[in-house]
Design a protein around this ligand. Sequence first.
Ligand code: FEO
Length: 400
Amino acid sequence: MEPLQVAPGIYSVGVRDWNIRDFHGYSTDLGTTYNAFLILDEKVALIDSVKKEFADELLANISRVIDPRRIDFVISNHTELDHAGSLARVMHRIGEDKPLICSKMGAKNLARHFPQKWNYRAVGSGEEVRLGRRTLRFLETRMIHWPDSMFTYALEDGILFSSDGFGQHYAGPETFDDEVGDRILHHAKKYFANILLPYTGLIAKLLQQVAELRLDIRMICPDHGVLWRSNPTKILEAYRTWCRQEPGRSAVVVYDTMWHSTEKMAEAINEGILSAGVPSRPMHLRAWHRSEIVTEVFDARALVVGSPTLNNGLFPTVADFLCYLKGLKPQNKIGAAFGSYGWSGEAVRQIEEELERMKIPRVQEGLRVTFVPDAETIAACHAFGRAIGRAVAESPGASS
Ligand code: FEO
């Protein structure tokens, strides 16, 4: 079957990865897609490739439209190997001397991944390539989310090929956002929270730059998930909102436990937060994947973290989560720590130190209990949670 045309002469030739469940540490419960696009004009262009193990499928998709040797040049919007991994196979098939268009950093980074001496054509923001009746214009999007990242804009079609930007790790039968409905926004938000969060300042500037360019964007084609066809403004607006990192009036209690004591504390603290009228959810680190937890934390004002003390330190899953979260540089949070211990009890202080490094102010002094919480301690946990809930409810700027 011929690949789908997303617009006249523009084919979606990428692949669905139905079975991936862990994308370098990100949970992909519904798989993902590696989108690539073939543009037929007087000249033929391929935008991006796919993961190495899907190279045959990509080339087969292209072959159903044209002989791959008719591709005049390849555009690499991003070097990461889920999009560049099959470039060696593609370039070998279409001709090693064909121009490979990428950003200046793309040329450097691709050369670090592939030994072949390809015919790199490095482009900067505003540079254009004519395909015939079509014009492709390039826009560098450095550090969104790699130094080499760029967008390609098909001027006459009003299509923005946005690489990872506006993507979602989602593989389904659908191709377009309107075929999925609003639930796709959860996947887009999870992608934003786990991949793009450290770069919100740059993304906000990029969105402003795009607005000032007055590009007529009729469709956004990211390299993951569905294409934003029905109302591309919706995802642009969502990104503007997410870049502000304005938390909702909610909390998340993230914890692990050895013998259920820290779990009992977590649930009592959560009840206390709820009693203040603030939505909250306890999230056990071995019941929830860290990337789902980060998506909840992204929306929340308060992050409450609990850990038992193991060998004078944090429980490993808690350390993993805090390390992961710290790299994402979340903003506008308040926090607190708690945990059960047997004899030394360092974990709570270590959580607080990590929260300090993330510039997350403490709303409550850490709460610790020796071994098993009794009724009095459970009441203290409830009060601890209620105070956190009140702090969330009274937070300036938190939206409900
Ligand atoms: Fe989908 Fe940054 O690669």
